[in-house]
Design a protein around this ligand. Structure first.
Ligand code: SIN
Length: 293
């Protein structure tokens, strides 16, 4: 039996608002399957007027896969898989304020992130999402073929090392600096989605350092071209938060960007991040990841 979720698409490339479900409940398997279906099909889905305690958000996330414990951002004391994403009125820098896909710097990157809004500013603080499947499909057949044969090196160093953005600037987040711990991992530049078979570009400006086997100076022009292409407006959708809103995005095919246009106001979110089940990792191109440093 399928669950009667109501689904309303928000934009041409990705994004849908889902209603008819209370995420704070212990959901039947059919409902979880219907949410997962909507998540992979629309790449990012949104829910309104939810009431998630950290425990309920943990339980919800765990229905979709093992939960990630972030290596550089501490979780809540009693709920280690729940990360608080906070910008205080006096902060100038926010978390996630650049295009990225979560955890691409790990050997087995997260499949999805579930972000819940606790407190939102009076204005601003929207999140932008960009479909990397649409971005891939818009490239020429020649460039698509070339990219399908390439891998790229990802690392958390620019963000989480002692000199990185997070360690330097994000005062209201529990950031653990990563010097000496940051590995580099190689992932295919084009991921074949293990659940849909749809191909998507898998590089991002925050965590992708270079193309494997290429010099940094050789990689830069092609990566810069892709980074500009990938955020074209036609591949995006934009979500305006209110307390109780939830977004669940697929990091295998989506970039996101937290807008930082609400200085002087508080924004408080909580995120759980869903890792692949071992079988999903085995079926995806990410299995080819190897540590190179
Ligand atoms: C994130 O990058 O996970 C944070 C996104 C947001 O706060 O909108």
């Amino acid at each position: 039996m399928t669950h009667p979720l109501k689904i309303r698409r928000l934009a041409g490339a990705l994004g849908a608002e889902v209603s008819g479900v209370d995420l704070s409940r212990d959901l039947p398997d059919a409902t979880v399957a219907a949410i997962r279906q909507a998540f992979v099909e629309h790449q990012v889905i949104f829910f309104r007027d939810q009431a998630l305690t950290p425990a309920r958000q943990t339980a919800l996330g765990a229905r979709f896969g093992p939960l990630n414990i972030h290596p550089y951002v501490s979780g809540m004391a009693d709920h280690p898989a729940v990360m608080e994403v906070i910008k205080e009125p006096e902060d100038r820098t926010n978390f996630g304020g650049g295009w990225h896909s979560d955890m691409s710097f790990l050997e087995r990157p997260a499949i999805g992130s579930i972000l819940y809004a606790v407190e939102t500013p009076e204005f601003g603080g929207d999140t932008l999402f960009a479909s990397q499947a649409a971005a891939f499909e818009a490239l020429s057949p020649g460039l698509r073929r070339t990219l399908e044969g390439l891998n790229a090196v990802h690392s958390a160093a620019r963000e989480y090392s002692a000199q990185g953005h997070s360690a330097q600037k994000r005062k209201s987040m529990a950031i653990a600096e990563a010097d000496g711990l940051v590995g580099e991992y190689v992932h295919p530049m084009v991921l074949v989605h293990p659940e849909t078979g749809r191909k998507a570009l898998y590089v991002n400006p925050a965590f992708t350092l270079k193309i494997e086997g290429w010099k940094t100076s050789e990689s830069k022009p092609l990566l810069d071209y892709l980074f500009a292409h990938c955020r074209y407006e036609g591949f995006t959708c934009r979500f305006t938060w209110a307390p109780g809103s939830v977004a669940f995005w697929d990091n295998r095919s989506v970039w996101h960007f937290a807008l930082n246009d609400y200085h002087g106001h508080r924004r408080h979110m909580r995120r759980v991040t869903v890792d692949p089940w071992p079988v999903e990792a085995a079926n995806s191109g990410l299995r080819r990841a190897t540590q190179t440093a």
